[in-house]
Design a protein. Structure first.
Length: 363
């Protein structure tokens, strides 16, 4: 279990692994990063080629076209959106703009929430979800309620990373009413919601609730981690307050242009949803048949796994590296130990390579 001063680590470091293994990075099977296995939409390459000469000009500071297209995609108004250089930039400027008296975070979850608070000296209360088998239930709700006071903030990731657990929309709305009574905020990270077939998104509720802020991302679903595009959605007053702290050109030229196009690619969106919906069930079911591990049923494009055998996730990761395979060890998430790891859903032939490697190692 890691402490609060531990360096923040994430998955997806294929360049470091490639150096360690002395092999090309594109030959590594990276199950540590939860990126759409279909790759980015075809339109991305053409947009960048067509606009290569635009690199000599500054990007649009307002990103009006990107906001217009994103607003249509999410079903809200453009003034309810703030584009950001990925979710992490948005988390930081939200914390800076609102400066909550206390931030309450059910964990394990994405480490950048707590990291952003701690670097600003904001009091951070973590709620241990392992006692609830990582489910958001009434007991957990009551624990959060007891910690909440005026100008505090509750942070939820839905579906949660790394556990993949999904909170139902009505349950969050009930929570939102409590947060409102406490004159506090709810920051809801929906970075993986695009992968959920029966969406539980609250993004269309942002204008109704003055204390709700939602994060969305193009990184995972559209396979664009190198371009860094995300959005904060909230009521227009909060968006204006938060936007005052953003860098003037936080969205680069290609990120803005590409983001404006991929959100209109309905064929790619439908293909991805269908593919992930089918493949995650196969992947989870096959992992479930392997002795020594117990996978949690996934709601998004990754599977959270508990090790029930004697091997640790660190030892397992080292053995899998010899196969050119990366997994996300979860021992550095709050309240988790070295008995957990996370793997992304990839294409069938790649998933089968991991499955066979796990069988070989764990048997």
């Amino acid at each position: 279990m890691r402490g609060p001063d531990t360096m923040v680590l994430h998955g997806g470091n294929v360049y470091k692994a490639a150096k360690q293994l002395n092999m090309p990075y594109n030959k590594i099977l990276d199950f540590s990063a939860n990126i759409n296995p279909l790759g980015f939409p075809d339109v991305v390459r053409q947009v960048i080629i067509n606009h290569i000469n635009d690199i000599v000009h500054y990007p649009d500071t307002e990103q009006m076209e990107l906001k217009k297209v994103a607003a249509e995609y999410y079903g809200i108004n453009p003034e309810n959106l703030l584009p950001g250089n990925g979710s992490v930039e948005l988390i930081n400027i939200i914390m800076e703009a609102l400066r909550p008296s206390k931030v309450i975070i059910p964990a394990p979850t994405f480490s950048e929430y707590a990291h952003s608070c701690r670097t600003r000296g904001i009091k951070t209360e973590l709620i241990d979800m392992t006692k609830n088998n990582f489910e958001w239930d009434m007991e957990l709700f009551e624990r959060a309620e007891k910690l909440m006071d005026k100008n505090s903030m509750l942070v939820l990731c839905n579906p949660n990373n790394p556990t993949g657990k999904l909170i139902l929309k009505n349950d969050i709305i009930n929570m939102l009413e409590l947060v409102k009574e406490k004159r506090s905020f709810l920051l809801l990270d929906e970075a993986f919601m695009d992968f959920v077939i029966n969406s539980q998104s609250l993004i269309k509720e942002v204008e109704k609730h003055k204390n709700l802020i939602i994060l969305r991302s193009l990184t995972k679903f559209f396979a664009l981690p190198g371009l860094r595009v995300g959005f904060a959605a909230s009521n227009s007053e909060l968006i204006q307050k938060i936007s005052e702290l953003k860098d003037p050109w936080n969205i680069n030229t290609f990120a803005g242009l590409v983001g404006s196009e991929v959100l209109k690619d309905k064929n790619y969106i439908e293909l991805t949803k269908k593919f992930i919906s089918q493949e995650k069930e196969y992947f989870w079911g096959t992992l479930n048949d392997i002795r020594g591990i117990s996978p949690f049923h996934p709601e998004a494009n990754f599977v959270f796994v508990r090790i029930t055998g004697e091997i640790t996730s660190d030892a397992l990761a080292q053995k899998l590296k010899k196969y050119g395979i990366l997994i996300r060890r979860c021992g550095n998430f709050d309240f988790l130990d070295d008995n957990f790891f996370r793997v992304a859903v990839r294409k069938r032939e790649e998933n089968d390579i991991l499955i066979n490697a796990l069988i070989s190692i764990l048997s």
